[in-house]
Design a protein around this ligand. Sequence first.
Ligand SMILES: [Zn+2]
Length: 456
Amino acid sequence: MPQAHPLLDSLDWPAVFAEATGLFRDLLRIDTTNSPEHPGNEIEAARYLEQRFAEAGLSVEVLESAPGRGNVITRIKGDGTGGPPILLSAHLDVVPAEAEHWEHPPFGAEIHDGCIWGRGAIDMKNMAAMEAMAMLLLQRHGCSLKRDLIFAGVADEEEGCELGSLWLVREHPELVRAEYAISEIGGFSLHVGDKCFYPVQIAEKGYVRLTVRARGTPGHGSLPNADNPITHISRAAQRLAEQRLPHHSTATARAFIEGLARNQPFPNSAILRGLLRSATADFILDHLLPDPSFSASIDALLHNTANPTVLRAGLKINQVPSEALLRIDGRTLPGQSSEDIVREIKAVIGPEFEVTLDSAADPTVTDADDPIAGHIEQVMARQAPGGIVLPMLIPGFTDAKAYSQLGTRCWGFSPVQLEPEMNFSSMFHGHNERIPVEGFHFGVRTLLDLVTTLVL
Ligand SMILES: [Zn+2]
């Protein structure tokens, strides 16, 4: 196996970890909560990083897409012999935290029980700090790069990327154009049985936002009404709750599930493989997978999904309305179009409803056999011997949706080691978000290993 770049052996790692941890905790203390009521205010985090980069002699730009919505970009030039640029990207905003449900303050960055606690500890100020540290180290050591390395700390991912990565791709594509982008969500340890896996994100589902409309006969609330649109629309919601959309076995699903199955004893291996067959998948999802959150993730990997999320009908207690609306958050697998999922939804809810498409974004997928996969495998073999790298699809979306519009191949690799009992996905947007200090150090070193492998 090739060695890591000599830079890694020459570093004073305790000092690097201390600096990266300081930078990370500073970012956690900056409240960049982003919600409709509380726009991100990422500018403070962007200015903070600007200052750290400028101190190291990097030229850096802060771009405001709207007042207070800061994006920060810096670049180390390479000679281009290794190819087009590599982009390291992290969103600087976080989702709201209900402090009363936390054991430690969400913007305190306190250290307890070997963990750093705070909103953004996993999603994804850890990665912002790791990426910034890689930039600072390459700059300080005067490394000559064979391709440009870009860092983008972006706004607004948690509210749809409009004022962050999408804005940059639209308004300043030359600043973020790259062959590869490395960002969330992947590189975390996932313990299944006695094996440790490291899923790496190579695909994300698309989304389709729909309105289902039921019409009926309006009338007085005092009279029976068999044509009440509220009861009609509730049947549509009920049918979606009772029936999955059809099973699809995509290349990413096959690679992920086969990778898990190969490393599990019988009968677990056979049960896992059964998920790839439409005849057995639903039974296994409902009855044989022990952990509901694992089952839900696998379910989303094998199906387009449709969740009713908004219901609107009626104005007055004594009046049957003439129509009722149900909004549906649909998610599409790679290879599936908006038309495909609309057809599937119509088949489940029945022909009596009017369905309109409000907005949609295609799934993104990159090739699991891309050359970068080999580099990630080597890095993980060095940094986490025995760990098994698995290509993964995520049900949601990230800044990869934006960057892939520029032809960038997006890889979700934000390395972190978690204790077996810590559930990565429950930490995302959940209470008590935290990261083990050691697991963060692992991330700093592993990301630097990958970055040096790619650019030096
Ligand atoms: Zn995120």
